[in-house]
Design a protein around this ligand. Sequence first.
Ligand SMILES: NC(=O)c1ccc[n+]([C@@H]2O[C@H](COP(=O)([O-])OP(=O)(O)OC[C@H]3O[C@@H](n4cnc5c(N)ncnc54)[C@H](OP(=O)(O)O)[C@@H]3O)[C@@H](O)[C@H]2O)c1
Length: 402
Amino acid sequence: MSKRVLIIGAGGVGNVVVKKCAMLPEIFGTIMLASRTLSKCDKIADEIGGNRVQTAQVDADNVPELVALIKGFKPDLVVNVALPYQDLPIMDACLETGVHYLDTANYEPKDVAKFEYSWQWAYQERFREKGIMALLGCGFDPGVTGVFTAYANKHHFDEMHYLDIVDCNAGDHGKAFATNFNPEINIREITQKGKYYENGQWIEVDALSIHKPIEYPHVGPRESYLLYHEELESLVKNFPSLRRARFWMTFGQQYITHLNVLQNVGMTRIDPVMYKGIAVIPLEFLKAVLPEPSTLGENYTGQTSIGCQIKGVKNGTDRTYFVYNNCHHAECFREVGAQGVAYTTGVPAMIGAALMLTNPEWMHPGVYNVEELNPDPFMDMLNKHGLPWHEQFDIELPHDYK
Ligand SMILES: NC(=O)c1ccc[n+]([C@@H]2O[C@H](COP(=O)([O-])OP(=O)(O)OC[C@H]3O[C@@H](n4cnc5c(N)ncnc54)[C@H](OP(=O)(O)O)[C@@H]3O)[C@@H](O)[C@H]2O)c1
C-alpha cells in the first residue's frame, strides 16, 4: 500500500528528495513538501507537475505549527531536509503525533558550532515507547558511508581495524566562492577543529592543519583535508573493532584562500555584532550574499567521488577494501535539476524513507543510525536509483596504515 510522506525543507537537497520520491508512486503515494518559504515549495511542485506534490508553509522551529501540519496531512513519515537546527523540534513533533522520522544531518545548537549525536540519541526510549522510528544521518556522508561500512563489515571482514572516509568534489561550478550545501552549516563544519579517532581516543587538531593528496577513482590525486565529520561518532560506537577512523574532504586552493580571508576578517563568526543598532550574525549575513547551493547546478561540470577505505582481517589474513560512488554533476542536473552534492544526499534520503516504509528489516521503534540496519537492500537500491557503487579488493591503499 502506498504511503504518505511529508518532506520538510525546500532547498537543494529537498528538491532532490521530492523529485526522487515522486518517481516512485507505488511507495510514496501522497507527498507534501513544506518549508519556510512557500514559493520555493511551489516551484519544485510545479516542475514535477500533475498535482503530484502538495505544498505548505511551515516554521520548523515551531513545534505547535509542525504538530498542526502533521495532524492535518497525516503522514506515515517525516523526512527532515531543513537545517540541523530543526532536528529536535521536528523530532518533538513526530513524538507528539506518533509519526516516523528521518534526517540527513545531526542536531546543532544555533549558538555553538558543535554537532554530536547525544541530543538525538537521548530520544531513544521515548521513540521506542511511542512505537516510532527515527533514522538519523541518511544522506551520503553521513548515510551511504555508514551503509558502505556496514556492508564491508558484513561481507568482507571478520574484523575492521582502520577506516578512512574519502570525499572528493572534483566539480567546477564556475563561481569564485560558493558552498555545495547550506553555506552556514558548511562553513561551521569546516572552520571547527579537526578530530579523528585512534585507539579509543579522540584526537583534536587545528582546523585544516592535516592534509595530503589522495587518489580518487577517475579523478586522480586531490589535496584532502582531515575534518571531523559526524558519522565517525556513530561508526566507532557501532563497530568497536575500529582502531582508527578518519574523514577526509578535498578543497581547492581558491576555496581555502577565500575561507581564510573570510575567517580573518570575522565574516564566519556566529556571535551577534551590532550594526546600525541591529544585531547581525556575520555568518548568517554571509549566507545571504553567497549563491544558494540549489542554484549551482546549471553549469556545474565534473564529478564527486566518495567512498570508504578499510583495512582489517578476513579468514586470518590482512585485507584492504575500497567501496565508492562517483557522481557527475551534469547528469544530476539533467535528471532532477540539481548539482551532485544535493543529489548524493537526496537519493539516499529517499532510499532510507522507502525502506522504512516497505521493508520490516528497516522499521524498528527507537533511534537508529543507518549502519545499524541491514545494508544489503540499501546497497541494491543505490544501484537502481542513480548512485551505483564499485569495489576494489586488496589494493595498496594510499594511506599510512600502521
Ligand atoms: N548527509 C549528507 O551527506 C548531507 C550533505 C549535504 C547536506 N546535508 C544536510 O541537508 C540539509 C539541507 O541542506 P541544503 O543544502 O538543501 O540546504 P538549503 O539549500 O539551505 O535548504 C534548507 C531548506 O530548509 C529551509 N528551512 C530552514 N529553516 C527552516 C525553518 N525554520 N522552517 C522551515 N524550513 C526551514 C530553508 O528555507 P528557506 O529557503 O526559506 O531559507 C531551505 O529551503 C542540511 O541539514 C544539510 O546539513 C547532508
